[in-house]
Design a protein around this ligand. Structure first.
Ligand SMILES: [Mg+2]
Length: 180
């Protein structure tokens, strides 16, 4: 499997089954990207289904840490609000941000999963440190210009691969019963 190929690809973070797709596979620690993985770049808020998923993950005994390339202080406010530790200015895919995050929560490569919406930062960075990585579709299409440039490359790399848990066309609402 290439460094750029995610182990799994989901429609959004709340479509990942905490029991089946994380805990049952032996993962005990999860490093989470912030922008467009848990935080909408459009509304600058954490959607309700994502908040619920995060609390369910913690209730399941998972240790979480946010790892963001974001330079702005608002990511730290979000981290405080969610009560999840964070490493900001992480410069993913370089390893030091991920390593700092692992250090914060006492994580080891073999049992740590990385979840993020970008191949070139989240997936590549995870794989370079021997961690497994799940790709999620961005919460909203709105992105920074340099991120948008990478999106077309990502689409090429993913080819015909479709995200697991995609909602049917026209169904934009994520229903609570859909959250595992
Ligand atoms: Mg992101």
């Amino acid at each position: 499997m290439s460094l750029l190929t995610p182990e799994r690809y989901f429609a959004r973070i709340s479509r990942i089954s905490i029991a089946k797709d994380i805990c049952a596979l032996g993962f005990t620690h999860v490093l989470l990207d912030v922008d467009n993985t848990v935080l909408s770049r459009q509304s600058h808020d954490v959607p309700r289904d994502v908040r619920l998923w995060l609390s369910q993950a913690r209730n399941a005994g998972l240790s979480l840490c946010l790892v963001s390339n974001n330079w702005h202080s608002n990511v730290h406010s979000i981290a405080d609000e969610l009560s999840i530790p964070i490493v900001g200015k992480a410069l993913k895919p370089l390893p030091h941000g991920f390593m700092a995050a692992r250090g914060k929560i006492g994580a080891r490569s073999a049992t740590t999963l990385v979840i993020g919406d970008q191949i070139a930062t989240d997936i590549l960075g995870a794989h370079m440190l021997g961690m497994k990585a799940y790709l999620v579709c961005p919460l909203v299409e709105q992105d920074l210009w340099h991120t948008q440039m990478l999106r077309s490359l990502e689409h090429t790399m993913l080819g015909e691969r479709t995200p697991e848990g995609a909602l049917s066309a026209g169904d934009n609402a994520v229903r609570s019963e859909d959250i595992h």
